[in-house]
Design a protein around this ligand. Structure first.
Ligand code: ATP
Ligand code: MG
Length: 306
């Protein structure tokens, strides 16, 4: 019979999960969970400052940049949850103080406003032929649901448009920010910066912040510690070493996605073998790194040039 002293290496809320059977524990590991760390805490504070500013003509906007897989979308979803409000029963409205919209594949106003309507679950079909009606409906809706910060994820997709489409889309952003007095948060890979460069007025209203690649320092130590705490392994994992962190950074290219995937795979393997803990040597298995492609790893595996 296990007591509550079992699994003392785990936080109290994870201990009961560690008692579960293999399938349940593997399912838990595979479920996406938010793990807070210093860089995201800092960025959440910056995002909150954007949220808290009073509506005015010159709104401060933010451009959140980071390599693919660094955790930008997870971060803005967390920001959205932190500012979510309960369903307004009286008026039958779900207010959305933070609205996250994914950039459409074509950067046009019509596609963008369709995305806005789709995101809030409003019908869209009747507007295909009338873009003025679409614009006014989307704007009325944004006001009705009380959107203070409009987050546009994958804003780098602006760059796939023709020069004319790009110009018009930047004009649209300027309109949303100036006339609607809504703060904008653009999210994308570092190239997204180029998307805004051509509009100097817009450019000066976006502050860049970045989710940088991991290095083997104290922040990564904290992140890995919290990540491993969330895993229901029955024994403590001896991985708190600089050497292990340096290896993880090298193998993953410093990308959060690769680090999370490799640690989850090592954890699942250790449950299946009965080892019940992850060790630095678990990461020597190429299977752990399968499909986790990074520039660094590609460079490492390239045959040496003569
Ligand atoms: N704070 C976090 N806590 C736990 N897991 C995280 C965190 N941040 C990132 N991850 C992991 O990294 C994966 C990639 O994150 P996300 O999709 O947010 O990246 P992204 O920066 O938006 O990438 P892309 O530019 O390709 O859209 C997540 O699915 C998750 O497994
Ligand atoms: Mg993303």
């Amino acid at each position: 019979m296990r007591t509550s002293d079992d699994f003392a290496h785990l936080p109290a809320d994870v201990r009961p999960i560690a008692s579960m059977d293999v399938e349940a524990r593997i399912a838990h590991i595979r479920t996406e969970r938010w793990v807070q760390h210093d860089s995201v805490s800092r960025l959440l504070r910056e995002l909150q400052d954007i949220f808290d500013q009073a509506p005015r003509e010159r709104m401060e906007n933010l451009l959140l940049l980071g390599a693919s897989g660094m955790g930008k979308t997870m971060l803005i979803r967390k920001f959205e949850r932190e500012n979510a409000v309960a369903f307004d029963q009286k008026n039958g409205i779900q207010q959305k103080p933070v609205l996250v919209v994914l950039m459409p594949p074509q950067p046009t106003e019509t596609e963008f406003f369709h995305r806005v309507l789709e995101t809030v679950g409003a019908p869209t079909f009747q507007y295909w032929s009338n873009s003025t009606h679409l614009r006014s409906t989307a704007i009325a809706l944004l006001r009705k649901i009380g959107t203070r910060v409009l987050v546009i994820d994958e804003i780098n997709s602006i760059l796939v448009g023709t020069p004319r489409q790009q110009r018009l889309f930047l004009q649209l952003l300027r309109f949303l920010s100036n006339d609607l007095r809504m703060a904008l948060v653009g999210v994308g890979v570092p190239e997204a910066r180029h998307a805004l460069l051509s509009d100097s007025q817009l450019r000066s209203r976006f502050n860049d912040v970045e989710l940088s690649l991991w290095t083997p320092g104290a922040e990564l130590r904290e992140f890995i510690t919290r990540l491993v705490w969330s895993l229901p392994l029955r024994r403590p994992s001896p991985i708190d070493t600089v050497k292990f962190r340096a290896n993880l950074v090298r193998q993953s290219g410093g990308i959060t996605l690769g680090i999370c995937k490799a640690i989850a795979r090592a954890a699942i393997a250790s449950i299946l073998t009965g080892q019940e803990r992850i060790e630095p040597s678990s990461f020597d298995d190429p299977e752990i790194w399968r499909g986790i492609a990074t520039g660094n790893r590609a460079a490492l595996s390239k045959p040496a040039a003569h």
